[in-house]
Design a protein around this ligand. Structure first.
Ligand code: C2E
Ligand code: CA
Ligand code: CA
Length: 747
């Protein structure tokens, strides 16, 4: 039952008792006379009202007693610790006893002799006083914070505790304190201040010395020869008015801490001594030091040698001994970091013209000689101080720190070119190499070494266009061209993904008595970029550089073979298909598979396929390309040399490679009737073809004059706008060039 309900029940019982009491005295009022009567102690007659009141008095007593008992029970039942019940029970019994006494007096007095009352009442009062006293005693005994308990606690703790009065006379010392100061009861009366002041407070076993300043005690045991250390706190005890009435001391054993501190100090000292001893050894016994030093020097030397070798490998070009690209860039970046804004540097990119050709035709050793010669000239000309680098294959770099003026660089490069172009004797061959150079400026063009090299290279490429031994400073227009290139690469990426390429076909013809006959087609790629048809001249070189030509080339091969196969089958023809293949494509390991798969898939005769390779491909990739070309030839595919006569004078490859046909370059055809030189070259090439038993095709025929020149010299295989322009597959049939009408045409 909850406390709330218990209170309610008790309240109801009390209320009933009170209501009865009021009711009784209202119903049976007691007259003043009756009281007087009672006072006279003579009970002659009982007033009717009093008799009635006494009769109903029970109705008040009953609920009142019930309420009292219940209330007491409820209170006691909530005391958890049964030991604490006793004082309550005592008080309760006391009250009951006093109640019983009172009732006894109340009832017994009128009936018996009144003289008993004076003896009974004091008895009742005494019982109450006794029970309350006992209860208070018991309460005090059970209080958790009674002084007795506090003493008990203080005696169990290890810390020594001392309480003094305001004069520092010891009032209390716990067991630890007694033990520490060897107190006996009489000693406890001592003054604690005196003990602290006594420099040799001693017992039989030990001496205590106090240091009042630092509140420390040192206990030295006489017999055991050991020491203990203590720290003490002093607290002033003030009463509520701030009046000092005593002191409280807590004395703590901190021997362990002091000892570990001392140990640490000792170990430091030991360490110091040891170090001193060792250094002494090294300093004073010089032979030991010398041995050590020699060993160290040898080891260091060995390591430095190794490091230098590694450095050389990592940072030097092994052929020329110049800094390699990585080292050059990192040196430049360092310089740029330390450069103040007033300074300007120049980077020159130097490139050997036609190095690839020389290297491929004359051999690798020859190429190496040229590179070493170039490096030597650079070193001799600029001196060891100049920052020089071989960036890669035939590319060199010269760094002009704080270059002064462009005129200065210009002068230097002009005389450098002179020095470089002195004919050199390599093996048995005297050779003059030519160079091109590009200049880029820091910080004007860029503040990054890598980018500066790129820009100088762009400038060098432009210089190359101008001829031999020319140099150019970078211009923003070059940059625009470069950015255009990047844009094209990105656009090509999308074009490849979206299949935006189409093929146009230009007929190749053979002259006949009546006219000419279409014998084959050349596949020429176009890019359908939205509404505009983009011609290969504006994207092939980019696609080659970005290697996208490989992907594009696969499309060309598949589409061209599919179309020619369909055309021949539909109209029962045997036209050949010429496909242009660029150098990059020959390096594609899947080229062979792409082509042979397309042939099988379309069930097409390999003999009718002609791969057009430029001289550059055939010359520069001689060895790598040879085996692939031979594989194609073995398959039955024919090889023709595109743009013949324009670039190379070496005809060596004509003997070594299984070439089927050469295509005379348009440039010579244009010279017909205009340039004697061109005509002579054409005549020589045509004779050469006859001698070597090579098929010759002239392309770019636009005029009857050109046609006449060629046919009169037995060059009957022709191609050009004069006959037909390149056109889509469907136009070939729609324009009746090839189809149900055959392939014969009249002129
Ligand atoms: P190319 O192989 O020398 O092709 C001949 C180029 O001359 C073609 O230009 C053709 O349209 C053009 N031409 C033909 N007859 C005449 C003529 O009588 N007069 C004039 N002025 N031009 C004529 P096109 O189609 O613009 O191709 C340019 C070059 O792009 C080609 O030169 C070829 O090197 C390259 N090319 C074209 N298609 C492909 C391809 O599928 N793959 C690769 N790798 N290169 C391709
Ligand atoms: Ca061609
Ligand atoms: Ca050509």
């Amino acid at each position: 039952m909850s406390k709330h309900n218990e209170k309610l029940i008790a309240a109801v019982l009390y209320s009933i008792a009170v209501v009865y009491l009021i009711a009784i005295y209202t119903l049976f009022p007691i007259n003043v006379d009756d009281v007087t009567f009672l006072k006279s102690n003579k009970l002659l007659s009982i007033n009717a009202n009093i008799a009635m009141a006494e009769k109903y008095y029970f109705f008040f007593i009953a609920p009142y007693t019930a309420a009292l008992l219940y209330n007491t029970y409820a209170t006691l039942s909530h005391i958890a610790n049964k030991r604490n019940l006793l004082p309550y029970i005592v008080v309760f019994v006391g009250i009951i006893l006093s109640g019983v006494n009172t009732s006894f007096v109340e009832f017994m007095t009128p009936a018996n002799s009144l003289h008993v009352a004076p003896y009974v009442n004091p008895l009742a009062a005494t019982s109450i006083i006794l029970s309350l006293s006992y209860a208070i005693y018991r309460f005090e005994h059970y209080r958790i914070d009674s002084p007795k308990v506090v003493h008990c606690i203080l005696n169990t703790i290890e810390t020594a505790i001392i309480l003094t009065d305001q004069f520092k006379s010891i009032v209390f010392a716990n067991d630890s304190a007694k033990q520490l100061f060897d107190f006996h009861d009489d000693r406890e009366r001592h003054n604690f201040e005196d003990i602290l002041n006594d420099s040799n407070y001693s017992t039989d076993q030990y001496v205590i010395t106090a240091d009042k300043k630092s509140h420390r005690l040192k206990v030295s045991y006489i017999v055991e020869d050991s020491v203990k250390y203590y720290r003490y706190n002093e607290s002033r005890l003030n009463d509520n008015n701030g009046q000092l009435y005593g002191y409280f001391y807590a004395i703590i054993d901190n021997t362990e801490m002091v000892e570990s501190k001392n140990k640490l100090k000792r170990s430091y000292e030991n360490l110091e001594n040891e170090i001193k001893l060792r250094t002494y050894d090294l300093i004073h016994k010089s032979d030991i030091l010398n041995t050590y030093n020699n060993q160290l020097r040898k080891e260091l030397g060995r390591r430095m040698d190794m490091e230098n070798k590694i450095k050389e490998l990592a940072f030097k070009d092994s052929l020329t001994g110049l800094d390699n690209r990585r080292q050059f860039i990192s040196t430049l970046e360092d310089i740029f970091l330390k450069t103040n804004l007033a300074q300007a540097h120049a980077l020159v990119f130097l490139d050997i013209n036609d190095f690839k050709t020389l290297n491929d035709n004359l051999g690798r050793n020859f190429g190496d000689e040229i590179l070493m010669h170039t490096a030597d000239v650079l070193r001799n000309y600029f001196g060891e101080e100049m920052l020089l680098s071989r960036l890669g294959s035939d590319e060199f770099a010269i760094f002009f720190k704080d270059y002064g003026s462009l005129q200065n660089i210009s002068n230097k490069l002009t005389s450098l070119f002179n020095a470089l172009s002195i004919p050199q004797l390599y093996d048995n061959l005297t050779l003059t190499t030519s160079y091109s150079a590009g200049i880029a400026l820091f910080p004007m063009h860029s503040d990054s070494a890598e980018r500066l090299i790129n820009l100088a290279e762009i400038a060098c490429r432009e210089a190359k266009k101008m001829g031999e031994n020319k140099f150019m400073c970078f211009k923003n227009e070059f940059q625009i061209e470069l950015e255009q290139r990047f844009k094209t690469i990105n656009k090509l990426k999308q074009a490849i993904a979206k299949d935006e390429f189409v093929l146009h076909y230009q007929p190749q013809v053979t002259m006949t008595e009546q006219g000419y006959r279409v014998t084959g087609l050349e596949a020429l790629i176009r890019w359908q970029d939205g509404d505009t048809l983009v011609y290969p001249s504006s994207f092939i070189s980019v696609a080659e550089q970005s290697k996208q030509i490989i992907e594009i080339g696969r499309f060309v091969i598949n589409q061209a073979i599919k179309d020619i196969s369909r055309l021949n089958k539909t109209y029962n023809l045997s036209l050949s298909m010429a496909i242009n293949i660029s150098a990059i494509q020959l390096a594609d390991e899947f080229l062979y598979k792409t082509l042979s798969d397309a042939l099988i898939e379309n069930d097409f005769d390999p003999k009718l396929i002609e791969l057009e390779l430029t001289e550059t491909v055939l010359v520069s990739q001689a060895t790598a390309a040879t085996s692939l070309i031979n594989r194609f030839v073995n398959l039955g595919v024919k090889i023709s040399v595109d743009d013949f006569g324009i670039e190379y004078s070496s005809l060596n490859y004509l003997k070594t490679l299984p070439i089927n046909r050469i295509k005379l370059d348009m440039a010579f055809i244009r010279g017909i009737g205009k340039s004697e030189r061109d005509e002579t070259i054409l005549e020589i090439i045509l004779q050469l073809g006859k001698r070597l038993n090579l098929n010759v095709l002239a392309e770019g025929i636009e005029t009857p004059e050109q046609l006449h020149f060629l046919t009169s010299r037995d060059c009957l295989n022709l191609q050009g706008y004069y006959f037909h322009k390149p056109m889509p597959y469907d136009s070939l049939i729609e324009n009746s060039i090839v189809g149900p009408y055959g392939v014969e045409h009249k002129l």
